[in-house]
Design a protein around this ligand. Structure first.
Ligand SMILES: [Zn+2]
Length: 407
């Protein structure tokens, strides 16, 4: 893109603020405005005024508009080539090293009633209860190349042989209230995987954790459900690909997993939740501090997405305003002190308050800093982006442009 040249000094700092699900279509509830338009965002508009606004088509037509696809694409990796499944990304976030001859499955603890998938989360079972159950499952069904790893709440991982990579499984949250047997994994090796799921029934049925849950009126975790398996994605890391030492901050497993595979340090920040009450200031401060010896930081904020899923435009506006006031303002202060910096703000996909789900389609970005010549667009909204000449039809090319290594 002509507005940008390669940063001329090697010590440029790059900051990406990924505002998950922030973009949206106009809402009747907001008088025809989007949450981003309705929100008071003087700092984001300052970035727009100093730099450029444009559009990115982050989600390829071939992929569904999830945060796994979106964040891979924004970070510069073509999802068609690099996305191998959800479970290997989550395994990465948990620090599980997958060998090249292994796959990771997502292993949900679920509640089956009769022949139906009653609850994909086993009544949002606690991590402590789940750990006991997964240990019991692992001690009986583990071995012979299989290892069960306890995760958070109902979300666990099974590492198994690579031969199961070919299976087609189904997310349990997509088949709530439906006959589960219709949605067992299909393909070569499916019988064995279905066998483990069925064997878990006996192991879990009389387990003390489940007895206690039933006694207190909660759903028992009476089955495991295996799906979403894949091999480790082989991403060229940021040091290899861009010559950059970078970090990432996110409360979301998937995003942390992608970051690890991309060779980014996943930084710890106290009190980050993935929700509206997350620690915005902490994210900004830890992220900016990492630039003392790093070149790149990816600050991911989940809150706008969650407020979209909640169908609450006012809370989505609040999330966007928190990001503007607590994060973007600090980044602008940092740029005053360190002029050789570039910053970008963008979402990974739209999350609609109307449908409470993600939608594909172009999303707006804004970026400013060293080497980025200002265009004439002074505000950052979906509408202002739509009239911009800056358009990236292939989302995974956007990062090359932002980092000034356009090829
Ligand atoms: Zn979402």
């Amino acid at each position: 893109m002509s507005a940008t040249q390669t940063p001329s000094r090697p010590d440029t700092k790059f900051i990406v603020i990924l505002s998950d699900g922030m973009a949206e279509n106009p809402l009747d509830a907001l008088g025809g405005k989007t949450p981003l338009e309705a929100a008071h965002t003087p700092n984001m508009d300052r970035v727009a005024a100093m730099g450029v606004v444009g559009q990115v088509n982050i989600i390829p037509d071939s992929q569904s508009p999830g945060s796994d696809v979106g964040n891979l694409s924004v970070l510069g990796y073509d999802p068609d080539r690099y996305l191998t499944g959800r479970a290997p990304l989550e395994a990465g976030a948990m620090g599980i090293e997958l060998k090249s001859n292994q796959v990771a499955f997502r292993c949900n603890l679920v509640t089956l009633i009769g022949d139906e998938m009653h609850d994909y989360s086993a009544g949002h079972i606690t991590s402590e209860e789940a750990a006991e159950l997964i240990e019991a499952v692992g001690s009986r069904l583990g071995g012979d190349g299989r290892t069960f790893f306890p995760g958070v709440q109902y979300r666990h991982i099974l590492v198994a042989d690579e031969k199961y990579d070919v299976l087609k499984g189904t997310p349990p949250h997509d088949i709530m209230g439906q006959p589960f047997a219709d949605h067992f994994p299909k393909g070569d090796g499916a019988d064995e995987v279905i066998g483990w799921m069925k064997q878990s029934w006996d192991i879990l049925k009389g387990h003390p954790v489940n007895r206690k849950r039933i006694a207190s009126g909660k759903s028992p975790a009476n089955s495991i459900w295996l799906w979403g398996q894949g091999k480790a994605p082989s991403l060229t890391t940021y040091p290899e690909k861009y010559g950059l030492k970078g970090s990432a901050i996110s409360a979301v497993d998937l995003v942390r997993g992608i970051a690890r595979y991309a060779g980014l340090d996943v930084l710890h920040v106290d009190g980050i939740t993935g929700l509206l009450d997350t620690n915005y200031v902490g994210k900004a401060e830890v992220g900016l501090n990492s630039l003392e010896d790093g070149d790149f930081v990816y600050i991911h904020v989940e809150a706008p997405d969650e407020m979209g899923h909640a169908g609450d435009p006012q809370k989505k506006i609040q999330a966007i305003e928190h990001i503007d006031r607590e994060i973007v303002s600090r980044v602008l202060d940092y740029m005053q002190r360190h002029p050789h910096t570039r910053v970008a703000i963008l979402p990974d996909h739209k999350t609609l308050c109307t449908t409470r789900t993600h939608e594909r389609g172009r999303v707006p970005f804004t970026a400013c800093g060293v080497g980025i010549e200002a265009d004439a667009i002074p505000v950052y909204t979906e509408k202002s982006a739509a009239v911009s000449e800056h358009d990236f039809p292939v989302g995974s090319k956007w990062m090359d442009w932002f980092l000034g290594v356009e090829r």
